[in-house]
Design a protein. Structure first.
Ligand SMILES: [Zn+2]
Length: 326
């Protein structure tokens, strides 16, 4: 690759120190997905204003959308903006759901400081071998790696599964040992997308399997655990979207109390994608509905960015506990 650069040249950090501090402090680092400028700025400003470390994450298709050459410079722009604001929050650029060695390598070579290799759809041995291959390449360059055991239900950019398969705690030790991964995504009942559970109005969503999480913590004490599919699908945004012409009737997510409990455990990273999408979509719909003649993108994208800042601050302060930890 002609344009090879190391993440330190962009001013980014890997996840080693931030996870160590999160583990000791009983909170989780937010990992927000982005693919455009307003999302990126909303996330960064929200994290600066709440003084939180942040993991900026992109899926393979989000990287393609933003352009693989352009993307690292977006992260670099975020780092420079944070400096200009006089804030010193650590910023990680992370590949979400990498599915091949080549994709992970390409991200590492272009300046990512952390990558996920999701081999969870493969049998254990294949998953471990593929993850190990990425770890070997990544660790030579001080890049950290997230693996995955167990399958989440739901639909995300790179993954789609009908049913979830909970992580088997008895496989975790061997996987961590064989692969030398730095963190592990597990499946305990969270789910990708905006329609996480099929419940009737007023019905409770099924609780996360904290018993599995506790069993995993016992087997690999102090090892950083990651929760995917952990958006709450904030009802106020779903309501707004529906009120302004959208249609998201049975959207439900993970209640904030359960995420708070997870953040205090070995869970060091909580992924939030859908909630950011909902916040922006709700505001864009509102602006268009109330101002049908509006055609300046700054008016609707600017409102969307402002709402995302609010949402990020709320998550960091009230759910993950990462505020004031930068
Ligand atoms: Zn995911």
């Amino acid at each position: 690759m002609a344009n090879t650069k190391h993440y330190t040249e962009l001013g980014l950090t890997n996840t080693r120190d931030i996870f160590k501090k999160a583990m000791a402090g009983g909170y989780a680092i937010p990992a927000y997905n982005f693919n455009n400028m307003e999302q990126l700025q909303g996330i960064i400003i929200g994290c600066v204003e709440s003084k939180s470390p942040v993991i900026l994450q992109v899926s393979g298709s989000a990287r393609k959308y933003a352009d693989p050459t352009f993307l690292p410079y977006m992260a670099m722009g975020a780092v420079q903006m944070v400096k200009a604001l006089g804030a010193g929050i650590p910023i990680t650029l992370h590949l979400d759901h990498g599915n091949t060695f080549e994709l992970a390598k390409s991200c590492i070579d272009s300046g990512f400081s952390s990558v996920m290799l999701d081999g969870s759809h493969h049998p254990f041995e294949e998953n471990a071998a593929l993850t190990r291959q990425v770890v070997d390449y990544a660790h030579e360059r001080e890049v950290t790696v997230e693996g995955e055991l167990g399958v989440l239900a739901g639909v995300e950019d790179e993954v789609s599964h009908e049913v979830s398969h909970y992580t088997k705690p008895e496989e975790v030790e061997a996987f961590v040992e064989k692969t030398s991964v730095d963190s592990l995504a597990i499946s305990i009942g969270t789910s990708h997308g905006a329609h996480k559970f099929k419940v009737k109005p007023g019905e409770e969503v099924p609780p996360l399997r904290f018993d599995i999480l506790e069993e995993i913590e016992k087997r690999v004490p102090g090892f950083p655990i990651v929760l995917h599919g952990a958006s709450s699908i904030e009802p106020e945004y779903v309501k707004m979207i529906n009120a302004y012409g959208g249609k998201m009737d049975d959207a439900v997510g993970i209640p904030a109390e359960q995420l708070r409990r997870a953040a205090q455990s070995a869970v060091c990273k909580i992924n939030i994608d859908s909630d950011g999408r909902l916040a922006m979509t709700a505001m864009i719909r509102k602006v268009f509905a109330e101002n049908p003649a509006e055609f300046d993108p700054r008016k609707y994208l600017g409102s969307a960015r402002d709402e995302l800042i609010k949402m990020v601050k709320y998550k960091n302060e009230k759910v993950l506990g990462s505020a004031n930890k930068a």
